[in-house]
Design a protein around this ligand. Structure first.
Ligand code: NAI
Length: 327
């Protein structure tokens, strides 16, 4: 049987953590033949550590055959020791009266520290997924704080936006989600993201031609996908957690095990593709194979798409500028 791999999860006692850990331990992320050791990080706060112990008790009570070990940590360097996968979920939420700049600064501190901790103690092949918001900029900060790790090992989660877009297209066309190929989301995990179905196909036919309604794209589809997070909060009184955890599972599974040539969306550091400046953590269409992702290149960008991409890029660069002095 396979040797266990180490999976670190931060914010492990939070609501995404609660929807995520059981699925990792059951083998949904890395395969039903891959044992895992969970290295869980929470803030030192007594209540958080106690809640984490409670989650671990429940994990024990599942008696997962693939769960080869479990650790609770309050120190990032210890939590990331030799870790092969790191899911950075914990982040500072926006409190009452908190300005955007305060939020960026509070998270810059967390992700600078965690990037350094990864740099010092994680496996040199660690695959890092940042979920905690602002996800793209937090991933950028962690990457910049870990100069000894390959920059392409740092990614941000755009998969929830991708999955939201898939389900909207399925509803619009009346076709099954699984039949939709070549969808992607460009840019920032924020309402400025650009969900793009121009290249999408269903059974080989063009989704754009099938829908053939630019007003729906602009006035219904893009706002629905972009503001879905707010709509969930409005309905549930809490932010999306199970769907976010599901997207994190999808992202890591596809990165580790491959996509069989199919496109998915990942936030990854740009190498200049599509005119995005180097190192900007940008949502791109990618394919994954052999534990590596590859940006889909050479797609035509029309005027409307360019405008959307420029807008989400400007937002990301604004965020980067906002944390520049902290790096
Ligand atoms: P939550 O507040 O329920 O849980 C967050 C947990 O992280 C808390 O238990 C907290 O103690 C912990 N934490 C905070 N700072 C930490 C640190 N420095 N180290 C370790 N743990 C720390 O929040 P929830 O709902 O689980 O969401 C987590 C994050 O994910 C939020 O930032 C949220 O905005 C983001 N998110 C991102 C999505 C995406 O698509 N990228 C989708 C949904 C949520």
């Amino acid at each position: 049987s396979k040797k266990p791999v180490r999976v670190a999860v931060t914010g492990a006692a939070g609501q995404i953590g609660y929807a995520l850990l059981f699925r990792i331990a059951s083998g949904e992320m890395l395969g039903k033949d891959q044992p895992v050791i969970l290295q869980l990080l929470e803030i030192p706060d007594e209540k958080a550590q106690k809640a984490l112990k409670g989650v671990m008790m429940e994990l024990e009570d599942c008696a997962f055959p693939l769960l080869a070990g479990m650790e609770a940590h309050s120190d990032a360097k210890a939590a990331f020791k030799d870790t092969d996968y790191a899911l950075l979920v914990g982040a500072r939420p926006r409190g009452p009266g908190m300005e955007r700049a305060d939020l960026l600064a509070a998270n810059a501190q967390i992700f600078t520290a965690q990037g350094k901790a990864l740099n010092e103690s994680a496996s040199r092949n660690v695959k890092v997924l940042v979920v905690g918001n602002p996800a793209n900029t937090n991933a950028y900060i962690a990457m910049k704080s870990a100069p000894d790790l390959p920059r392409e090992n740092f990614t941000a989660m755009l998969r929830l936006d991708h999955n939201r877009a898939l389900s909207q297209i399925a509803a619009k066309t009346g076709k099954p989600v699984a039949s939709i190929k070549k969808l992607c989301v460009w840019g920032n995990h924020s309402p400025t993201m650009y969900a793009d179905y121009r290249f999408a196909t269903i059974d080989g036919a063009s989704v754009k031609d099938m829908i053939n309604d630019h007003a729906w794209n602009k006035d219904v589809f893009l706002p629905t996908v972009g503001k879905r997070g707010a709509a969930i909060i409005e309905a549930r009184g809490l932010s999306s957690a199970a769907s976010a955890a599901n997207a994190a599972i999808d992202h890591m599974r596809d990165w580790a095990l491959g996509t069989n040539g199919e496109w998915v969306t990942m936030g990854v550091p740009s190498n200049g593709e599509y005119g995005i400046p180097k190192d900007v953590m940008f949502g791109y269409p990618v394919t994954c194979e052999g534990g590596k992702y590859k940006i889909v290149e050479g797609l035509p960008i029309d005027a409307f798409s360019q405008e959307c991409i420029n807008k989400t890029l400007a937002e990301l660069q604004g965020e980067q500028d906002g944390v520049k002095h902290l790096l």
